[in-house]
Write a protein of this length. Structure first.
Length: 155
């Protein structure tokens, strides 16, 4: 009887772990041989959006998945007025991050929760102007995503 109870408890714990890994914010999903976690897709690990706070002031906001963080030093922004122009750097501000010793970069500032960069852009932008957004982040369990560079077409 005792062995049967132990088996039922073990089975319940396994089912609980499996259900948590299938839910957003749950435990990391393991690979087929169950030896290491599988990284979340980038869009799930570091979802972001762009908004206009007021004319000429834009914000880019990230909401990292639980157990994921962004590097402060990896943020960069540039503005490209049209397809023929070179992107020009854009000044931005970020709130202070969390001090952390990272296995890849040593002492860094990280963002585990929402991170919002505030950018000053010209109030009048040509049609098709693109904001280039650069960032990088990692998962606490040791997976580091490659640096990202994505374009956002401004309205």
């Amino acid at each position: 009887m005792h062995r049967r109870s132990h088996t039922l408890v073990s089975l319940a714990l396994c089912l609980l772990a499996l259900s948590a890994s299938a839910q957003p914010g749950g435990l990391p999903t393991l690979n087929e041989d169950r030896s290491r976690p599988v990284p979340l897709p980038l869009a799930d690990a570091f979802p972001w959006y762009v908004s206009e706070a007021e004319p000429g002031q834009w914000q880019v906001t990230w909401n990292p998945a639980p157990g994921h963080y962004l590097y402060r030093h990896a943020f960069a922004f540039s503005l490209q007025h049209d397809d023929t122009a070179d992107p020009r750097p854009v000044a931005f501000t970020l709130p202070p991050g969390l001090a952390k010793t990272d296995q890849f970069f040593g002492d860094i500032e990280a963002y585990y929760d929402q991170a919002t960069a505030t950018l000053a852009l010209p109030a009048e932008l040509p049609a098709g102007a693109a904001l280039w957004i650069e960032y990088q982040g990692c998962a606490d369990w040791g997976f580091c995503y490659p640096p990202q560079r994505q374009a956002f077409t401004l309205p």
